[in-house]
Design a protein around this ligand. Structure first.
Ligand SMILES: O=C(O)CCC(=O)C(=O)O
Ligand SMILES: [Fe+2]
Length: 268
């Protein structure tokens, strides 16, 4: 763990090898494909002006936490959450304030999927500050130099500016690895996927975690379902941010943190 903490502190990312079995990764792909095919999702891309919202050469399944409890094999993996917890608790009161899930996605780059703009997921450069957001990328296929591996600009989490549009930086590198390997990235690191120049798909699970007071990408507490909730352990429920939903007004509660789950399902 110390090696990974050092890597993330200095370079902004680390690679954990062989965290998940190939069989679990294959199941994640086939299950996700089933959800994608059965649902024929239509996304309103006109509602967003970011080039990151263009998904024409991708298959995407968002909000894994409300699709199937199976995905918690990845979302709440202990080895991953230990490292994430170190970074997202560090500097908070007694180094022990909670962190929560802010997005989770299965992402498939289809053949000829274009390069993704270098970006940060934290909405704020990291220079001189504690990390606010951490990203996990789980390889469901080998990541190679041809099929759209994640590229990063090492140590860019220490800068105070943003990557230029459509620019390839001299010192950027692609993180290659095997199915079941995991990349952990400081959310302020400049990163994005490469072009997929092969005739095969490149699948990954991409997960975002943040300090508890950072707004998630989707309303995770309100979109949970009870079947999945009932299977979750206490840590997983807290990871969904159920105890940090703001009260509706001061008569509901006087603090943002609560002793009880927002959904009030815990004793039923
Ligand atoms: O899939 C990848 O390699 C990175 C994806 C990413 O950074 C994103 O969609 O925000
Ligand atoms: Fe990203």
């Amino acid at each position: 763990m110390n090696k990974h903490i050092e890597n993330i502190e200095n370079n902004g990312y680390t690679l954990l090898e062989n965290v998940f079995d190939k069989s679990l990764c294959d199941k994640a792909k086939s299950l996700s494909l089933k959800y994608i095919d059965n649902n024929k999702f239509v996304y309103d891309i006109s509602a967003s002006s970011s080039p990151l919202a263009r998904k024409d050469r991708e298959k995407i399944l968002n909000n894994l936490q409300n699709k199937d409890y199976f995905y918690f094999n990845f979302i709440s993996n202990q080895d991953i959450c230990e490292i994430i917890g170190y970074f997202l608790k560090n500097g908070s009161y007694l180094n022990n304030e909670p962190f929560h899930l802010i997005n989770s996605q299965v992402r498939c780059l289809e053949p000829n999927s274009p390069v993704q703009q270098l970006h940060m997921d934290s909405n704020l450069p990291g220079k001189g500050s504690y990390p606010l957001v951490m990203i996990v990328i789980i390889m469901l296929d080998d990541f190679t130099s041809e099929n759209g591996a994640t590229r990063v600009v090492p140590s860019s989490h220490l800068r105070d500016d943003y990557a230029e549009s459509n620019k390839k930086y001299e010192n950027e590198i692609s993180i290659k690895g095997k199915v079941g390997d995991v990349i952990i990235i400081n959310g302020s690191l400049w990163h994005g996927s490469e072009k997929n120049s092969t005739s095969l798909e490149r699948w990954s699970i991409n997960i975002g975690y943040a300090r508890w007071f950072i707004k998630p990408s989707f309303d995770i507490p309100r979109s949970l379902n009870k079947d999945i909730y009932n299977k979750m352990n206490e840590f997983e429920r807290e990871l969904m941010g159920l105890k940090t939903v703001p009260p509706i007004d001061e008569f509901d509660r006087l603090t943002r943190k609560s002793n009880r789950d927002f959904l009030h399902w815990e004793n039923k």
